[in-house]
Design a protein around this ligand. Structure first.
Ligand code: DAH
Length: 337
């Protein structure tokens, strides 16, 4: 019996020393000292021993219990002093993995940046439908059904006078029909034209339209607002130039250029050696447009402008192919964080 006790003690102590964590120690405590443990089991056999051996072996076994209990405790202390790092341990002091985060599409960013400059001048953002009628897309904008300028706004027709708007200008008409001057609005949105897709054409693209109407609004106000916008967007030292042009819905009309911000106006491949970049169209609202929305052209004046978002983004970020905006290649999109 004594041999058994000694062997059990040696085995138990060996296992306790080798235990790597408190879970293993708990299991060993159960294995040896638990209700059905090995030491407890031996204690149970004492009843069947000769009476003269009982007290001595009983004492031995109780002492073994105490010693194993102590060994278990001291191993526990040892373990808690130099913790063994479990497999799933997480070191909270390491820099974390940041989950991939999205970012604004470059066109959305461009629209937001354009609008925010106009918001700073007191404009309000307005939107309109992408499915339009011939009346809003053309007639009310002084583009008669047989007007040759309708070719310039080549259009996707649906049916029954419906079409996909070919510019954001119809929103001018919709807004004026329901609101009274004075007001300053900016209108971002998608427009559609049946163009073959290439590096500088797309059947769907974006425009930002502007309209300011009030008492005594002049061409000087137009020049002022657009110059503030263009210098705010392209840089404080770009030069701004107004060239006479023709649009049916404005009179007089102009196209606006900024000095090339790549070469500073000297001439380079981006500006086609001209030193100037064409950015937008504008003009004073045509009296016929006011008549179409029942405003009195003798009483109010206004100016309007329109610009292509893709073109502006391409110039600003040096993008040479419009298709990149619509392909959703992450290597492209991730550059606009
Ligand atoms: N709607 C014109 C286009 O799509 C752009 C434009 C030019 C808008 C002059 C205007 C404007 O409001 O005054 O080409």
């Amino acid at each position: 019996m004594l041999d058994k006790i000694n062997a059990l003690e040696a085995e138990a102590k060996g296992e306790i020393k080798a235990a790597g964590d408190s879970k293993a120690l708990d299991d060993l405590r159960t294995k040896y000292l638990g209700r059905k443990g090995l030491v407890t089991e031996l204690l149970g056999t004492i009843a069947s021993l000769p009476p003269e051996d009982k007290p001595r072996l009983g004492k031995e076994l109780n002492a073994l219990k105490t010693r194993l209990d102590e060994t278990l405790r001291s191993r526990q202390t040892e373990l808690s002093r130099s913790p063994v790092i479990p497999k799933d341990f997480a070191d909270l002091t390491l820099p974390g993995f940041s989950p991939p985060s999205g970012s604004k599409h470059p066109l959305t960013k461009t629209i937001d940046d354009i609008c925010s400059i106009f918001l700073g001048m007191g404009f309000k953002v307005v939107e309109g439908p992408e499915i339009e009628t011939e009346f809003y897309n053309f007639e009310a904008l002084n583009i008669a059904l047989d007007h040759p300028s309708r070719d310039a706004f080549d259009t996707f027709y649906i049916k029954n006078q419906y079409l996909l708007r070919s510019h954001t200008s119809p929103v001018q008409v919709r807004f004026m029909e329901t609101e009274k001057p004075p007001f300053k609005i900016i209108v971002p949105g998608r427009v559609y034209r049946p163009d073959a897709v290439d590096a500088s054409h797309s059947f769907m693209f974006h425009q930002v339209e502007g309209l300011v109407v009030g008492d005594g609004v002049t061409f000087a106000d137009l020049k002022g607002a657009l110059s503030v916008f263009l210098r705010g967007y392209f840089g404080a030292d770009v030069k701004v130039r107004f060239r006479p042009h023709y649009f049916p819905f404005t009179e007089p009309s102009a196209e606006v250029d900024v000095s090339c911000f790549i070469c500073g106006g000297k001439g380079c491949s981006v500006c086609g050696r001209k030193g100037w970049l064409e950015i937008l169209g504008c003009g004073m609202v045509h009296p016929n447009v006011f008549k179409a929305v029942k405003y009195n052209p003798e009483k109010v004046t206004g100016f309007a402008f329109g610009m292509g978002v893709e073109r502006i983004a391409m110039l600003k970020y040096g993008i040479n192919d419009m298709r990149l905006f619509f392909e959703n290649d992450m290597r492209f999109l991730e550059q606009f964080r």
